[in-house]
Ligand binder design. Sequence first.
Ligand code: NAD
Length: 327
Amino acid sequence: GKLGIALVGLGGYSGGQLAPALQETQYCYLAGIVTGTPSKAVEWKQRYNIPDRNIYNYQTFDKIKDNKDIDIVYVVLPNALHAEYVIKAAKAGKHVICEKPMAITVEDCDRMIAACKEAGKMLSIGYRLHFEPHNMEIMRIGQKKQFGSIKRLIAENGFSGAGGWRLDKQLAGGGPLMDVGIYCVQGCRYTTGIEPVAVWAQEGPKTDPDKFRSVEESLTWQMEFPNGIIAECKTSYAQSMNVLRAEAENGWAELSPAFAYGGINGKTSKGDLNFGQVNQQARQMDDFAQAIVNNRPTPVPGEMGRQDVKILQAIYQAMQSGERTTI
Ligand code: NAD
């Protein structure tokens, strides 16, 4: 049968993307929910036919260990709360999916990885683009050097209209870099298949200093990879941007939008990419369910999430110091 997933935190991403995706999955299904809001429990129970025994709040969460319907706990809370709930889920004997960014410190990532290892449970991060065909193609083009060695990368991701916990450093760990700039870091890593060695970063001006009291409004940064590859990156909570471009010796590839839930568009120097659109989250969750059943590694493990958090921390350090910061 299908593996049962419990979503923890029924906000925008759970309600708008994950629950609908779980209506399309073949190897897992929406078995349970964890919510602090009683009215959401009632609404989700009716909409998704969730039995009372699979509905938890944050006080009863630990009882999930006795529930055989739940195989996987999916943590979809504000960033700073990921560590606590991933560790609780592992201690309850469940496999875990954790949303990006994995946590707000590398130390938290280490504790999360250790807890899952100790429990003998798998941990994956919600990196949906690893299952999106255009992004998979730019990985192939870059890693297999289809246009020769990459020289330069451009990665930009921003939107306007962020609110709530995303503007609170305590809960978010930072501003647009933590939330959407992380896709630029990911994109450059999966396009090259190698790791950046150093970064520089420049905070943008605050056009709304009151709104952006505790986090950056925008940020540009550069990542230096081995072999002289330079990535030029931008993120913002004041400007829409969505592009991943790789320039190589004998050609180029560009996705725009690159990181959206759908409508991904790809071009290369040899012509357009036409792969059609998929339900990224359904593929991501199905892949994790199959990894569990077949006892094979996930392509998006906790270690990958940890490396991104490590790079994000180096970018903030470079932003503060104004200096080249090694990773
Ligand atoms: P959201 O604000 O819409 O939802 C957050 C949920 O957490 C809400 O239901 C809120 O009630 C609950 N919550 C529990 N404790 C809370 C607390 N102490 N403070 C504030 N809220 C609390 O946020 P979201 O957009 O659903 O994001 C949730 C997570 O999912 C984040 O880590 C985010 O980065 C990630 N996310 C990932 C993607 C993706 O494409 N992979 C997209 C959106 C969000």
